[in-house]
Structures are given as structure tokens and as C-alpha cells.
Design a protein around this ligand. Structure first.
Ligand SMILES: NC(=O)c1ccc[n+]([C@@H]2O[C@H](COP(=O)([O-])OP(=O)(O)OC[C@H]3O[C@@H](n4cnc5c(N)ncnc54)[C@H](O)[C@@H]3O)[C@@H](O)[C@H]2O)c1
Length: 457
């Protein structure tokens, strides 16, 4: 990786000396064309590629575009351009266009707006993420593909010497998460999971209160998640033609081949078990991540998990849990529950009080906790108030981020354990050191999945 970095720096120096035209490389432009990003010397500017520029990927890309010392030089999506995402999103996004061409335009318009010439053509657009990863002028990538497409690009990006911002839920299976950790460590990548509550001061405060015993000894953590919020096409759904703007085979990637239907892909992939763990992992990755932070169990997990009445659909296109309910227990006796409840709380109960966050409002008992001050000799947790900025700062300093790879993995592991327990409908014993179920081969089979050729971990 060091060598690659040297190459890039050397390359940029040569570009500056020779001028872009002389080298003929289209994606590195003179500083003068870059507006604010151009005020930062190329040697201290972080160049980025965005892989997956649908709803959240476009948000992430905009967040990186707004960093003055970051230059987005490439985007990648298997969708050329589509406005079929919009109706699943917030009202303001209805009919909005996403995909690689709209993303490329956002980037180029952004830099053009900052450039004295009002012109900028310096963002590559790719269908295949391997072409983006092959560019040695890219320092870091932001991966916002569906969950079944996190592990492989992360591992390949790490091997290509890139630093990585990867969306939550970090993995589709527990085995994938462990492989991602190994790759990130082996190649020395800086890694941020997109669990942005780790950069929210209010959640940090709650976790510090719990960690410093302000509610006594922690006994119970209640996490709640929203329901499967979309209607699936019913049992007799029919395949529809693949639109010309989508590389469907590449969208499916390692997932089993199945006929196309639009509700399989954009946004609604999160309700199909081949691509996601459903709301258990989609929303659970946020809630349970804070539970782990408050419990001080970032590098381990529970020892027991059991179904409490989870339900899965019996027909239709969607296959993820329609009702989530499971319970886990940690070795320290703390119990964690996770259940479907629209607008429900994240709540910590201890021997001397409780504290909860619900719809953005913090409530607690005793009330005085709200103004409690964490002293200099008490436990202080990682301090970040901007998740994307934190990533760039950490890439520059080569230090650990607010939500590093093992943290992302351990949080989503609990969501995966919950799904497995709800599917098997029994209590399971988990060894968080070995990351295996105890005496349960059927459950252990569910730690990984086979991948469709040619894809493999
Ligand atoms: N942190 C958060 O709060 C937050 C919020 C929303 C979504 N997310 C996460 O972001 C990820 C994407 O979710 P979304 O809602 O943006 O979905 P989306 O369907 O809107 O976007 C995913 C994009 O990835 C593209 N894609 C699929 N396979 C690809 C491949 N092989 N190479 C390149 N692009 C590919 C799709 O075409 C699509 O444009 C999910 O993991 C989701 O959990 C995180």
C-alpha cells in the first residue's frame, strides 16, 4: 500500500510539472479547476471513488464532496441512470434520478461551480467496481451497495490499497464479516462502518452515562426497530423484463440467479434474504451498535440468543422477517431484546435508573442524569461529531475511526444471530471468541452462504 501511495504522489507531482494535457490522463485535473479542493496541495488531498450511488450512496458522496481536502474522482454503479428509486424514499426524493451518470453529473457540477472557468470534466463513471479499484490514483472508496455486495468490494478494495468507508450493515453473514476484518487488517486499511450514531454526541453521552454507572449496574437493553415498511408483490408475482439501464447480472453478483422484478433491487433489496437480513440488520445495525457501545462489548458479543416470536412471510417476493423479536444474553448477565415497534425506544435499564432515546428525545430516571457531567477521570468514549469528516481525518493520520471494522462486525453479528434464532425457533448458545454456535451444526451452517460463481470471498 505504501508503494501505491508513493506512486500516486509521484504521479501527481509529475502531472503538476507536465500539465494534464501532456500526460493525457482525463481524471486528474489542475488544482485551479478544483475550487476549494484545489487549495489543498495534491499530496494532502484524499482522492475518493464512490461505489454504489443510489439513495444513500449519493448522500455519502455529497458528504465527501463537501470536504475541502477530498476530491471525488470516480463513481460506480450497475445502474446507468434511473428514477425508479424515488418512490421508496422520502417525499422530496420522489422521481429523483440516481445511478452512475446522475452521480457523475453531481460531482462535475459541484467542481464546475467552484472553478473559475465553470467547467470541470474529471469524474470517471464505471459499471464494474473492479475498474474503479484498478486506478492507483484513488486513496479511498465509499461502498454503499446493497448488503450482499459489501464483503467482496471491501476485501478487494483493501487488497488494492484503498481505505474504506462501508455502509452498515457491514455484512450479509458472520463469516463475511470476519473475512472483511482479516483483509482490512492484513492490508492496513483505515475502515469506517456507516453507523453514523458513533459520531452523534447525544448517543455518546448516553453511552458514557451507562458506562460510568449513572444508572447503577446495567441489566437490560431494549432495542426496537421499524416494521418491514413495504408491501411485497403477492405469491403470483411475475418476472418483468430487465430494464436497459441496469446490469442485472452484476447487481445480483454473488447472490443466486433469480428472475428480475423491480421490487427485488432498488431500495427494496433490504426485504429479500438473498441480499439483506431485513430490518433486523438494516435498522438493528444502528440500534444494537449503540447497545454494544454502552455495554462495553465492542470486541465480543452475547453468549445466548433465542427467538421470542419472530415471523417471516410465507409467500410473495419479500422473505425477511415481518415481525422481529429475539432476546440475547451477555456473559455479564446483561439482557438485550430486539423487537419490531414503530417509533419505539432504545432503552437502558440499570439497578438505579434508566435512560432512553425515543424519536430523538432523551428521557431518564433520575432526571438529573440529563445534566450529569462526565468527569476527567471517568470513562470517555471516542469523540467524533461528523462521521465522514472523521473518516477523512483518520485516513490522513492513519488512525482508528469512530466505527472500525471489528466494531461494525460485532454489532451486526448480533443482528445475524437474532435472524438465525428466529428462523430456527430455538435458544442458541454462542461462543463469541470462536464465533461458532455451541453444539449446533445446523446453526453453524448458517454462519456463511455459498456465492454464485465466479464470486467468492
Ligand atoms: N447509514 C445509514 O443511515 C444508511 C441509510 C440508508 C442506507 N444505508 C445502507 O446503504 C446501502 C445501500 O442502501 P440504499 O438504500 O442506498 O440502496 P439503493 O438501492 O438505493 O442503492 C444501492 C446502489 O448500489 C448499486 N449497486 C448494486 N450492485 C452494485 C455493484 N456490484 N457495483 C456498483 N453498484 C451496485 C445499485 O444499483 C444501487 O444504485 C445498504 O447497505 C444500506 O443498509 C445506510
Amino acid at each position: 500500500m505504501k508503494d501505491m501511495k508513493m506512486n500516486r504522489r509521484e504521479f501527481l507531482r509529475k502531472v503538476t510539472v507536465a500539465g494534464v494535457g501532456a500526460i493525457g490522463f482525463p481524471y486528474v485535473v489542475p488544482s485551479s479547476a478544483l475550487g476549494k479542493a484545489g487549495n489543498v496541495a495534491p499530496s494532502s488531498r484524499i482522492t475518493m471513488g464512490s461505489i454504489g450511488v443510489g439513495g444513500m450512496g449519493t448522500n455519502n458522496m455529497r458528504a465527501f464532496l463537501s470536504q475541502p481536502d477530498t476530491q471525488v474522482v470516480a463513481v460506480c454503479d450497475v445502474v446507468k441512470a434511473s428514477n425508479e428509486y424515488g418512490h421508496w424514499y422520502k417525499k422530496g426524493w420522489q422521481g429523483a434520478w440516481f445511478g452512475r451518470e446522475p452521480a457523475q453529473k453531481i460531482v462535475e457540477d459541484h467542481y464546475a461551480g467552484e472553478s473559475p472557468s465553470r467547467r470541470y470534466e474529471g469524474c470517471g463513471a464505471y459499471n464494474d467496481f473492479r475498474d474503479l479499484l484498478a486506478r492507483d490514483d484513488i486513496d479511498a472508496v465509499c461502498i454503499t451497495t446493497p448488503d450482499h455486495w459489501h464483503a467482496i468490494p471491501v476485501i478487494m478494495a483493501a487488497a488494492a490499497g484503498k481505505h474504506i468507508y462501508c455502509e452498515k450493515p457491514m455484512s450479509l453473514t458472520i463469516a463475511e464479516g470476519r473475512a472483511m476484518i482479516e483483509a482490512v487488517r492484513r492490508y492496513g486499511a483505515v475502515f469506517q462502518t456507516g453507523t453514523q450514531r458513533r459520531s452523534d454526541q447525544q448517543f455518546r453521552f448516553i453511552c458514557e452515562l451507562v458506562r460510568n454507572g449513572r444508572i447503577g449496574r446495567l441489566r437490560r437493553i431494549i432495542t426496537t426497530i421499524g416494521p418491514n415498511n413495504k408491501e411485497a408483490p403477492a405469491k403470483d408475482w411475475q418476472p418483468t423484463p430487465v430494464p436497459e439501464w441496469l446490469d442485472y447480472d452484476m447487481w445480483l453478483g454473488p447472490a443466486p440467479w433469480v428472475p428480475y422484478h423491480k421490487d427485488r433491487c432498488l431500495y427494496t433489496f433490504r426485504f429479500g434474504l438473498d441480499y439483506s437480513g431485513g430490518q433486523t440488520t438494516n435498522l438493528g445495525a444502528h440500534q444494537i451498535d449503540i447497545a454494544q457501545w454502552a455495554n462495553g462489548t465492542d470486541h465480543t458479543g452475547p453468549v445466548e440468543v433465542e427467538d421470542r416470536g419472530g415471523e417471516f412471510p410465507t409467500d410473495g417476493l419479500f422473505t425477511t422477517a415481518t415481525k422481529v423479536h429475539f432476546r440475547a444474553r451477555y456473559a455479564n448477565g446483561v439482557e438485550l431484546t430486539c423487537s419490531t415497534q414503530e417509533g419505539g425506544p432504545l432503552r437502558f435499564e440499570g439497578t438505579e435508573g434508566w435512560i432512553q432515546m425515543q424519536k430523538g428525545e432523551l428521557t431518564c430516571q433520575p432526571e438529573s442524569l440529563k445534566t450529569s457531567v462526565i468527569g476527567p477521570n471517568e470513562i470517555r468514549l471516542y469523540d467524533s461529531s461528523d462521521h465522514h469528516r472523521n473518516f477523512i481525518d483518520c485516513v490522513k493520520a492513519h488512525r482508528e475511526t469512530a466505527a472500525p471494522v471489528e466494531v461494525g462486525h460485532r454489532s451486526v453479528t448480533i443482528c445475524h444471530l437474532g435472524n438465525i434464532a428466529m428462523m430456527l425457533k430455538r435458544k442458541l448458545h454462542w461462543d463469541p471468541e470462536k464465533e461458532r454456535f455451541v453444539n449446533d451444526e445446523q446453526a453453524n451452517q448458517m454462519l456463511s452462504r455459498s456465492m454464485r460463481s465466479p464470486w467468492c470471498l
